[in-house]
Design a protein around this ligand. Structure first.
Ligand code: TRP
Length: 329
């Protein structure tokens, strides 16, 4: 039996190079080795209220984008979280295994709840990690490739799985987080102390979107903030900008840092940036060409409905096991 790999991404029309390199690519590179699941976390998306029509569009967009990034529905079960009702039920069950203190400690909650303080903080935002716990446990997942910011949620999943198994008997598989050694946190090109985010405060100059115009994307790389040390060297502390560009290059081409450093010995940043810009441009061009091909709602509906059927088969068994363990059926 193959082990299970699973990841989810919130639907957003604007996936970034950071999403691609930090999470999606790690998944795509492994989809043959594992039993693979990827889903659109649309229930998670409602933690920040959106125009319902826009949310629907964003879901289609996101699936087409996954496919464009190389997710292959013949190898991977592709589905939408809200199509598989077991997510909500197990998520609810898991809230009873979770302490308020555990959830208040979540870094993402701390950050996002600060943005909601005007009208009060939604309880959904607070319990959101327990839904993510359910997402992972439902599929007997062994490995969860995510960006660094999600690592804490996977650690919570491990704690809760262990707690449940201890209390009620072996029910859930223990998942491991997979944070890639390179490229797990692509940084904002203009402010390399911040993550490259979909919502970029600085005019989007620091964020490369996968759908960016190729020339615009190249310019963003060429004008990325660096330093005045004038050598291409991986040192996240003292040269965060250059290190970030090296991560981008290395993640796309698989060339290690040492070899990049060697090639650029005695050379300037301009030349180095040019190569990074070319490599990124090529990646975006490939993704964008495929996106056009996959941007077809009938086809996407078919993929999602088939995916939901396959996913539900597994999810319903796990939920039954958990309900049985609790004495619910
Ligand atoms: N919370 C993740 C994010 O914001 C998305 C997500 C939801 C997820 N459920 C998941 C990722 C399960 C991995 C596994 O990016």
């Amino acid at each position: 039996m193959k082990k299970v790999i699973l990841t989810g991404v919130r639907p957003s029309g604007n996936l970034t190079l950071g999403n691609y390199l930090g999470a999606i690519k790690n998944f795509v590179d492994r989809q043959e080795q594992y039993d693979s699941y990827i889903f659109i976390a649309d229930l998670h998306a409602i933690t920040s209220p959106k125009d319902p029509q826009k949310l629907k569009e964003a879901v289609y967009n996101c699936v087409a984008m996954y496919l464009a990034c190389g997710v292959d529905p013949k190898k991977t079960i592709v589905f939408k979280q809200s199509d598989v009702l077991e997510h909500g039920t197990l998520g609810f069950i898991m809230t009873f295994q979770t302490k308020m203190g555990e959830l208040s400690r979540m870094t993402q909650f701390k950050l996002k709840s600060q943005q909601q303080t005007k009208e009060g903080v939604d309880t959904g935002l607070f319990v959101y990690p327990t839904l993510m716990v359910a997402d992972i446990l439902l599929y007997n997942t062994s490995i969860v490739p995510v960006g660094k910011d999600q690592q804490q949620h996977v650690e919570l999943t491990r704690d809760l799985a262990e707690r449940f198994n201890k209390r009620y008997g072996q029910t859930f598989t223990m998942p491991d987080v997979y944070v890639a050694p390179v490229g797990n946190k692509i940084l904002n090109l203009q402010n390399p102390l911040e993550k490259m985010n979909k919502s970029d405060s600085g005019d989007n100059k620091g964020t490369i979107f996968l759908m960016d115009d190729i020339e615009v994307a190249k310019k963003k790389i060429m004008s990325a903030k660096t330093d005045n040390l004038a050598h291409v060297h991986f040192d996240e502390e003292n040269q965060p900008g250059i290190s970030n560009l090296m991560s981008i290059l290395s993640k796309i081409t698989d060339e290690d840092f040492e070899s990049i450093e060697k090639r650029y010995e005695g050379k300037g940043y301009g030349e180095f940036k040019k190569e990074v810009a070319e490599v990124v441009a090529k990646t975006l061009a490939e993704i964008q060409a495929k996106f056009k091909q996959f941007n077809n709602k009938d086809m996407l509906d078919k993929i999602l409905s088939n995916g939901a059927i396959d996913a539900q088969k597994v999810a319903s068994q796990t939920l039954k096991r958990a309900a049985n363990a609790l004495g619910l059926n």
